[in-house]
Design a protein around this ligand. Structure first.
Ligand SMILES: Cc1cc2nc3c(=O)[nH]c(=O)nc-3n(C[C@H](O)[C@H](O)[C@H](O)COP(=O)(O)O)c2cc1C
Length: 323
């Protein structure tokens, strides 16, 4: 059985944290599409700074469902006291694991020393992990990038530091902050991290198929992996990967299933969010989900939809007429 510290992880395929995507409705959708096939659900990243000021929006982002097990909250920030406070709030809200974001490339995050900027401050990083581990009773993990840029690939050093500071697992998205999502993820770096520490290592980047899953287990030495964009493009991906691990065949989700899914997601969003926010999230998801049929024209039309109903109609029309 896979464990991160004291926490049992239900399987090696984990849902990657994605800002603007992995909110409670999306995680519900993923659960519905992939019963028992997701090892860990993680929130979007949440600002420790905002939680310090008790921002209700950020507090609500920590909500989870009783059957969402195990559930992790990911936090970003630099300040020790604020991160510890945020960790305590997450724990109180029901998080069974707290993850520290050390990979976000967004200027508004790194300008304040959080996200990927933590990978420029080794000593501070160690102190932060240590303080979080000491203060929290749930396991603490970190999610690293390869490093800040191509001249400072330091994920191995930071993974060792995380282990020394008491973290329970280390995730690595093997790209630098300067190349947020371009180029192939460098899985040989995940392998080097897995060799360097004895904690479970989680690889993150570009996994969407059973073949990739097989290759990464054979070559990287990682204990688990995350799926991010692959779960937006194909929300059934976890059940397909689980079937492949069990040596079974599972039919790929068809166009009709995906449209039904978008409608279900719209309903789940409506339960959780005010209509305006709901439409924004739906557009974000639809834009990514329609990638197999995407055209600049479709993107433009989706952007201009002024209601969830209209957006669903647009996607339905496009997908049904596509080859
Ligand atoms: C829209 C989007 C939002 C993301 N937000 C976060 C985040 O909040 N925290 C984080 O650690 N990584 C975030 N990531 C990075 C993913 O967790 C993942 O490491 C990366 O996308 C590579 O995996 P993939 O190829 O499976 O998508 C985000 C990625 C995307 C595409």
């Amino acid at each position: 059985m896979l464990r991160f510290g004291s926490l049992e992880i239900a399987g090696p395929a984990l849902l990657a944290p994605m800002s603007g995507i992995t909110d409670r409705p999306f995680r519900r959708l993923i659960r519905r599409c992939n019963p028992s096939a997701v090892g860990l659900y993680t929130s979007e990243f949440i600002s420790a700074e905002a939680l310090w000021y008790n921002s209700q929006r950020s507090v609500l982002m920590m909500r989870s469902d009783p059957d969402e097990i195990p559930f992790a909250v990911q936090l970003f920030g630099r300040d020790l006291d604020r991160m510890v406070n945020a960790g305590e709030m997450a724990q109180k809200a029901g998080a069974q694991l707290v993850d520290i974001n050390c990979g976000c490339p967004a200027p508004k995050v790194v300008k304040r020393g959080g996200g990927a900027a933590l990978m420029r401050e080794p000593e501070h990083f160690s102190q932060l992990v240590e303080a979080m581990v000491k203060a929290l009773s749930v396991p603490v993990t970190v999610k690293l990038r390869a490093g800040w840029d191509e001249n400072s690939i330091n994920a191995v050093e930071f993974a060792r530091r995380a282990e020394d500071a008491g973290a329970s697992a280390v995730a690595v998205h093997p790209r630098t902050r300067r190349k947020p999502y371009s180029g192939d993820a460098d899985w040989s770096l995940v392998a080097r991290v897995a060799q360097a520490i004895s904690l479970p290592v989680i690889g993150s980047g570009d996994i969407t198929t059973a073949e990739q899953q097989k290759e990464l287990f054979e070559t990287s030495g990682c204990a688990a992996f995350m799926v991010g964009r692959g779960a937006i493009a194909n929300p059934f991906v976890f059940r397909e990967l689980a079937a492949a691990r069990a040596g079974e065949q599972v039919p790929q989700a068809g166009k009709g299933e995906r449209i039904t899914l978008l409608a279900a997601y719209a309903e789940l969003l409506a339960e959780d969010l005010p209509r305006r926010a709901h439409l924004g999230r739906l557009k974000n998801f639809a834009n990514r989900m329609v990638s197999p049929w995407e055209t600049p024209e479709l993107r433009r039309r989706l952007l201009h939809c002024d209601s969830p109903e209209r957006l669903l109609d647009e996607v339905r029309r496009t997908v049904e007429t596509a080859a």
